[in-house]
Design a protein around this ligand. Sequence first.
Ligand SMILES: [Zn+2]
Length: 89
Amino acid sequence: MTRLCMPDGACRGIDIQGAQTGATTAYTPGRDGTVTVDNPQHERALREYGAFPANLGGRTRGGYRCPACGFGSYVKACSRCGGTCERET
Ligand SMILES: [Zn+2]
């Protein structure tokens, strides 16, 4: 299972069609701008759209860090405590 940050412009979500089943799975980013993917084929397809792995709690580069809990994030809203993160330099 992987958490991916959605690229800019994909805020309405991305539909991925399964190669084997033909079923369409809609990936719509949550409040923190990420989606959870447990299908490696879907993950690869989403990466081709520009999605990138969320680095949970780790060092971010050009991202944000929550001043309240220290959580590193690629988006401004802290996905751990819901606080507002500050841009990390
Ligand atoms: Zn926080």
